[in-house]
Design a protein. Structure first.
Length: 103
């Protein structure tokens, strides 16, 4: 007996990954962990786009994934720079310490 992986399996997996990222974003206060949760959510959306692209035999979903990855890369550059700047000023910083960035 073989298990057929249909599109619904991938969509359920994407929903679970997105839910883990959303809960982590709401619960955790560490900026680095929050940043990783946003990345988890973006990857879940990418999995959804690729799944629908495969189910509908359309390349449009894969093209959107490319642009989402470009935006995620830009987010990593800017986000990590801000997080490193906050962490250098205060070792145990949390998400409420963004006001430290005021000059």
């Amino acid at each position: 007996m073989t298990l057929q992986l249909t599109g619904s399996w991938y969509l359920v997996l994407a929903a679970m990954i997105f839910a883990i990222g959303a809960v982590g974003l709401m619960v955790r206060r560490n900026p680095l962990v929050m940043f990783m949760c946003v990345e988890l959510m973006l990857n879940a959306v990418n999995l959804t786009f690729v799944t629908f692209s495969r189910l509908l035999d359309d390349v449009g979903g894969q093209a959107v994934v490319f642009f989402v990855l470009v935006v995620a890369a830009a987010e990593v550059v800017v986000g990590l720079a801000i997080i490193v700047a906050i962490m250098r000023r205060r070792q145990g910083a949390n998400a409420d310490d963004v006001s430290l960035m005021r000059g």
